[in-house]
Design a protein around this ligand. Sequence first.
Ligand SMILES: Cc1cc2nc3c(=O)[nH]c(=O)nc-3n(C[C@H](O)[C@H](O)[C@H](O)COP(=O)(O)O)c2cc1C
Ligand SMILES: *[C@@H]1O[C@H](CO)[C@@H](O)[C@H](O)[C@H]1NC(C)=O
Ligand SMILES: *[C@@H]1O[C@H](CO)[C@@H](O)[C@H](O)[C@H]1NC(C)=O
Ligand SMILES: *[C@@H]1O[C@H](CO)[C@@H](O)[C@H](O)[C@H]1NC(C)=O
Ligand SMILES: CC(=O)N[C@H]1CO[C@H](CO)[C@@H](O)[C@@H]1O
Length: 498
Amino acid sequence: MAALRHLAPRHFTRLQGVLIDSSISPQSRTLFSSARQARSTPIRSTIYATAFTLSAGLFAVYYFDARSAVHRYVLTPVLRYAFDAETGHKLAVKVLRSGLGPRDPVTDDESLKFELWGHSISNPVGLAAGFDKDGEAIDGLFNLGFSWVEIGSVTPKPQPGNPRPRVFHLTEDSALINRYGFPSQGHSSVLARLRARLPSYPSEADAQSASFRGGSLLAVNLGKNKESPVDSPDDFVAGVRTFGPYADALVVNVSSPNTPGLRGLQNRELLEKLLGSVTKARDELAPSNLVSQKPKILLKLAPDLDPQQLGEIAEVIRNSHIDGVIVSNTTTQRPSGLANTNRSEVGGLSGAPLKPYSLAALRTLRAHLPASIPIIGCGGISTGADALEYAKAGASFVQVYTGFGYDGVGSCRRIKDQLVEALAKEGKTWAQVVEEAVAKHSFAPAQPAVKEEASTNGTVAQLIAEAEELKKLLDGFGEKMGKKAEEIAPHITVPLVS
Ligand SMILES: Cc1cc2nc3c(=O)[nH]c(=O)nc-3n(C[C@H](O)[C@H](O)[C@H](O)COP(=O)(O)O)c2cc1C
Ligand SMILES: *[C@@H]1O[C@H](CO)[C@@H](O)[C@H](O)[C@H]1NC(C)=O
Ligand SMILES: *[C@@H]1O[C@H](CO)[C@@H](O)[C@H](O)[C@H]1NC(C)=O
Ligand SMILES: *[C@@H]1O[C@H](CO)[C@@H](O)[C@H](O)[C@H]1NC(C)=O
Ligand SMILES: CC(=O)N[C@H]1CO[C@H](CO)[C@@H](O)[C@@H]1O
């Protein structure tokens, strides 16, 4: 500040010197003359001022429109190159939190609408967990056009996560590797933020969902503290009790690569216990005066489970009161095609290279879960075509993270526009595509029971047919017998068939 004060008068003096010096160079003369003209014609300076204000205003309009190319091609890459991955991310959250973030200015197309748990959702593009870990930018994120914002993972107590650096860009691969280790400000900070968002007088429409916006849902991803026992559901149960009244959905994970799936009775029992405790805690929540429904419970899975493990998990889910599944978290696998040398960093890989793994896990799981349990697709989605691919595999809607990080604030709008176009080409709505895929690929409950029914129906029909044959025969026989009997003793009838 002192330096500025010191500098400013000197500059001013020099400028004044240029303006009044008669022995000026041709260049300064130009400067001089234009400056004098500007000074001499107030109208012109007004025009300059207006032009400046207008262009600033235009930039603002451009900036506040999330679709603008400036975000995708200028601001987002600048953010990426000017800062390390984590600082860039933090800055983005700060801007979105400030309420000065850009907005999606377009109403969602009718073809994107779908129904979920009795809610009408305006589009199928959600934000995955991990971007807004502490629930700082919820409304800024909804403003970008997401229909689902999932904050977290939130751990009961605050924890710092792993040492930095813990996020790595693989730009050529459109991917990220992270080993954040769940840094979290803890339940009470995040709860305070959720409470601060509550409208003072929730209207009828508001009360439909914890997002307090029509057509969109708010989810909280529940985490476990590092020092908590691996096999205890307590942290998740605490999460349900804390966030239940403020969320439309709560997400618990069994996606740690350290838990090697569900092989063996012990792991199966562990999952049964976890799902049982969490759904029980939800059922025991007092009815909320804010949100009309109790929160749905979702399970988030890793893509690194093999088909047999997924089958076992699905069986446990079918016998639980879980409302849905998110497939998937990041992968610990490293596909051979990765170009960036950051591929050798330890952590979870996300973005484009994750897509085949997530899709494969989703397809397997869809075949093991009945149509009544929705699956949310996540992993490597950055275009409308990606989203549609997930819908055709039976995902009810999708989530993005890495694609959003690379493409910037307009990413959600762009995916939606591409989807509208792709759906129009197919002559279907999102809901129709999903409904067809789910009907086709889902686990058909009690397959053998259907067969039994069919064979039972068959047997009954056969029995009836046979009985009718028999009845005819007997009728005929009866008639004959009757006649014979009449011949013998006309007053006696033989009731052979009643
Ligand atoms: C930097 C980073 C942090 C993440 N943090 C979390 C988290 O805290 N909890 C969680 O459930 N998933 C977390 N994820 C996983 C994402 O929610 C998502 O499942 C995964 O990145 C796959 O989607 P994508 O390919 O679109 O990024 C994180 C992902 C990234 C890249
Ligand atoms: C690896 O990731 C770090 C952190 O994002 C980044 O600074 C570095 O440039 C990346 N390396 C390469 C080769 O891209
Ligand atoms: C997701 O995967 C990463 C690494 O693959 C792992 O550290 C983490 O525990 C998993 N679960 C969640 C909820 O992110
Ligand atoms: C069996 O019959 C019942 C009752 O008529 C019917 O609802 C059901 O669809 C039939 N099942 C088959 C497989 O035909
Ligand atoms: C965020 C979080 O709590 N992740 C957990 C996912 O589940 C595994 C196994 O239950 C835990 O070890 C992780 O800490």
